[in-house]
Design a binder for this molecule. Structure first.
Ligand SMILES: C[S@@+](CC[C@H](N)C(=O)[O-])C[C@H]1O[C@@H](n2cnc3c(N)ncnc32)[C@H](O)[C@@H]1O
Length: 391
């Protein structure tokens, strides 16, 4: 099988798969391949925190033109795993000199499948682009056309706890990846002082308490397949539920916006971790550290509002630089002994923190090229702002 992920999270996903019991692991660009049985496929969908989807390979065929693709796919034994009543869609990705238009390749593939069913059964399955029983991935590399089935359905970041918000929420897979990449030990407290809708904290609570990330997800594509084994699924699900410890160190979120704070509390209720996470209405400057040491993970605003030429408006630049300068000051004055991780796409503003980040990990927040920056806040760092003022 192939578990797909986001750029920068491949190693985290590999480690997750290894821990879950996958075999023959191989790391790729934004994916990890592995072997496992049907039960493992269910387990992977339920329990992997940094997977976007789990693909089950069907077959790799060769074709050098859309017509050739039509012929090989018409000869393919589609009836062995789908029924005329099933709905389907093709998702095509291309990296080929033989094929130039993914839409055209998808249409040829659809025609081949439909014509095969018409020949064999006198009826054809329908296309459903929204919620099909079978999402068929066709990945074409030169003349190699790899067919696979998406066992997840919609992306696995759709955990089932998200509440509507306009606070630019992080993708849940990215948030979980950040918590794991940070090396948080699940014993010391974790604080997100720019918590927005609370994605980092919800994922952290589920990580600490060993709650499977997709326990609240409504459906998985494999539940509509003709080999779906509900008994096996229930066994896998029950055994994951049995391993929930419910144990969690203090988790604290803060946000300056009252409406957003209400959203974050609702997120915690939806994810059923509201007893594990405290949310405060507070600016970062006023937030009290719950203990003498611990970890901060934050995703402050990036100030990405641009003018029509793609240049950041001057007032925004000043405002955002000031915010990052105050983040640096607050860290040095109020959080000595803590480790802070900051995700931002605004490296100019990040310089205003005036601490040296190490390492700087490249991650993408949607299309935004970001760095995940780690700062050790030593007790001595608290004198720095004073020295700066004297210069
Ligand atoms: C990019 S959003 C965080 C989104 C969050 N990671 C999520 O997944 O929903 C940044 C948040 O920082 C908050 N904020 C801005 N300035 C702040 C400050 N000085 N102190 C605390 N929160 C602040 C905003 O209200 C906003 O909700």
């Amino acid at each position: 099988m192939i578990a797909q992920t986001l750029h920068g999270l491949e190693e985290v996903l590999r480690a997750e798969l290894l821990k879950l019991g996958a075999r023959d692991l191989e790391r790729h660009n934004r994916a990890v391949s592995f072997t496992g049985d049907l039960g493992f496929m269910y387990k992977a969908n339920l329990s992997l925190r940094t997977a976007i989807r789990i693909l089950v390979p069907l077959e790799t065929v060769e074709a050098r033109s859309p017509d050739e693709l039509y012929h090989v796919l018409r000869a393919f034994d589609w009836e062995s795993f789908m029924d005329v009543k099933d709905t389907f869609m093709f998702k095509v990705t291309l990296n080929s000199t033989y094929f130039t238009h993914s839409q055209f390749a998808a249409r040829k593939a659809k025609d081949a499948l439909v014509d095969r069913f018409r020949d064999k059964c006198g009826a054809r399955p329908s296309v459903d682009l929204e919620n099909p029983t079978l999402r068929i991935h066709l990945h074409i590399t030169e003349d190699r056309c790899a067919l696979s089935l998406d066992s997840s359905g919609g992306s696995l970041h759709q955990r089932g706890y998200r509440v509507e918000t306009n606070a630019a929420p992080l993708n849940e897979v990215l948030a979980a990846g950040m918590v794991i990449l940070s090396g948080w030990n699940k014993i010391s407290p974790l604080v997100d002082p720019f918590c927005g809708s609370g994605t980092i904290l919800a994922e952290a609570a589920m990580i600490a308490a060993n709650i499977p990330p997709n326990i609240h997800r409504r459906t998985f594509a494999f539940q509509g397949w003709n080999d779906y084994d509900p008994e096996l699924w229930n066994t896998i699900r029950d055994s994951a539920i049995d391993k929930i410890t419910g144990e969690c160190p203090p988790l604290l979120g803060g946000d300056i916006n009252r409406v957003t704070v209400a959203k974050a509390k609702e997120t915690m209720r939806m994810a059923k971790v509201d007893d594990l996470v405290t949310i405060r209405h507070s600016s970062f400057a006023d937030l009290e550290a719950p203990e003498r040491t611990g970890m901060l993970i934050m995703n402050p605003p990036y100030g990405e509002r641009m003018d029509e030429r793609g240049v950041m408006a001057p007032s925004d630049t000043e405002e955002i630089n000031e915010l990052y300068r105050s983040i640096g000051d607050t860290l040095k004055h109020r959080w000595p002994g803590w480790t802070a991780w900051v995700l931002t796409s605004n490296m100019d503003a990040a310089k205003r923190i005036k601490l040296t980040p190490k390492p700087k990990i490249q991650l993408f927040n949607g299309a935004l090229d970001c760095r995940f920056l780690r700062y050790e806040i030593y007790t001595g760092s608290r004198r720095l702002p004073v020295q700066e003022q004297q210069l």
